[in-house]
Design a protein around this ligand. Sequence first.
Ligand code: SF4
Length: 177
Amino acid sequence: MNRELLEQQLSELPIAQYEFFRTEELEFAPRIRMICETECPRYGKTWACPPAVGTVAECKARCLSYPEGLLITSLAEVSSTSHMEECLATRPAHEAMTRQVIELLEAQGKEVYGLSTESCAICKECTYPSAPCRHREQMLPCLESHAIVATALADKYGIEYLYGPQVVTWFSILLYR
Ligand code: SF4
């Protein structure tokens, strides 16, 4: 991979921070999936969430089949991070940027498995579970659903994610081979 070219391209996008890593560095913790199951209203509502994404073991095995990864973050200002609707309204820009980075990796011949934060909101009404996903190529499964402890990776590489009550930090993890 031409890392220099990619980093030049990344510098032209509204990415707050990024880091390349080995997928084996990821920490998987079933407690993250427990939060999906017990606290998230989107559980069982989309193809991007559990149980549609598979078991934690299946998700982990899928992730590890892509040996390398790129973590990217972006920031969005909101009146308060406790206003979930306002926070979620800032997510499409992060998702669009994530897809741009996926395209950059694909342009270098990489097969990419992209994961992003939260549930999928591409369609007004998800087809789950009665029909296949309408936009499988664009859909980014939720990284929390894969039991990935994104903050552990962020802490390891000095990626900031706590900017106070008026800034949302969005994460994406792009695994590739
Ligand atoms: S792209 Fe549409 S059908 Fe597929 S997971 Fe997202 S909302 Fe559901």
